[in-house]
Design a protein around this ligand. Structure first.
Ligand code: KIV
Length: 272
């Protein structure tokens, strides 16, 4: 059995800050639906991200770009209904915060009003600072996201490690400070060199959560379907699998089919 938190108090952005101060690592996983969110929350996770990776995991798209505001709100509402303790953070989808700060805050308020989530996550640094400031001014906690930002995949052209070159590393450090100064409560760093991520985590006072960013940060996040082994075609170096659900589910479905075909299911006790 793994770690089940005894402390069932609701996780807040303030409590994440306290965890960083006392050196307690923050655990974060994605969820997109009620059932998974209630299991993940019950197991004691600190933060649940309603990631726009729902576009890949739930809808089968190649990228995160197609998912819409209303689809994200649907996933967020389902997750919030299943969560008692974890802080629920929702990704603002591509196209909902880049056009203007007014459009960004309008969309941010819609997500918060309808889903009842606790916070939002936006990808990018200096370029989207006016939107981030406006959303925080409206009283909505914002988590930043730097490094590999999948909504910009068409600009990057690859999902390879980011910020290996000095100029990009310097921009990332500067962006991290800007996000902290703007009032972000936390920051995700995706797929960057571990030494750079550790440096950022030391320089900023807000909790830094890594994915493919090494162990020198304040917490870790993974896509739940990946860490449960539901998607056996995806195996980047940073992914640790804690189950092989692809195999488990395939085997269970296979046995069910066999039982139906052989008239073993349902038996006398399984009928009225
Ligand atoms: O959408 C997502 O799942 C994410 C994580 C990979 C951080 O943004």
């Amino acid at each position: 059995m793994g770690y089940i938190s005894e402390d069932r108090r609701k996780v807040t952005t303030q409590r994440l800050r306290e965890m960083k101060l006392r050196g307690e690592k923050i655990s974060m996983l994605t969820s997109y639906d009620y059932t998974m969110a209630s299991i993940v929350d019950g197991a004691g996770i600190d933060v649940i991200l309603v990631g726009d990776s729902a576009s890949n995991v739930m809808a089968g798209n190649q990228t995160t770009l197609p998912i819409t505001l209303d689809q994200m709100i649907y996933h967020a509402k389902s997750v919030v209904r299943g969560v008692e303790r974890a802080l629920v953070v929702v990704d603002m989808p591509f196209g909902t915060y880049q056009i203007s700060d007014i459009e960004a805050v309008t969309n941010a308020i819609k997500i918060m009003k309808v889903s009842h989530a606790d916070a939002l996550k936006l990808e990018g640094g200096a370029e989207i600072l006016p939107s981030i400031r406006k959303i925080i001014d409206a009283g909505i906690p914002v988590m930043g996201h730097l490094g590999l930002t999948p909504q910009s995949i068409n600009k990057f052209g690859t999902y390879a490690v980011r910020a290996k070159e000095e100029a990009e590393a310097q921009k990332l450090i500067s962006d991290a400070h800007l996000l902290e100064e703007a009032g972000c409560f936390s920051l995700v760093l995706e797929k960057i060199p571990a030494a750079l991520a550790e440096r950022v985590a030391k320089e900023v006072s807000i909790p830094v959560i890594g994915i493919g960013a090494g162990g020198g940060v304040d917490g870790q996040v993974l896509v739940v379907a990946d860490m449960l082994g539901m998607n056996n075609g995806f195996s980047p170096r940073f992914l640790r699998r804690y189950a092989d659900l692809h195999q488990e589910i395939t085997s269970a479905v296979g046995r069910y089919i066999e039982d139906v075909k052989s008239c073993d299911f349902p038996n006398e006790k399984e009928q009225y």
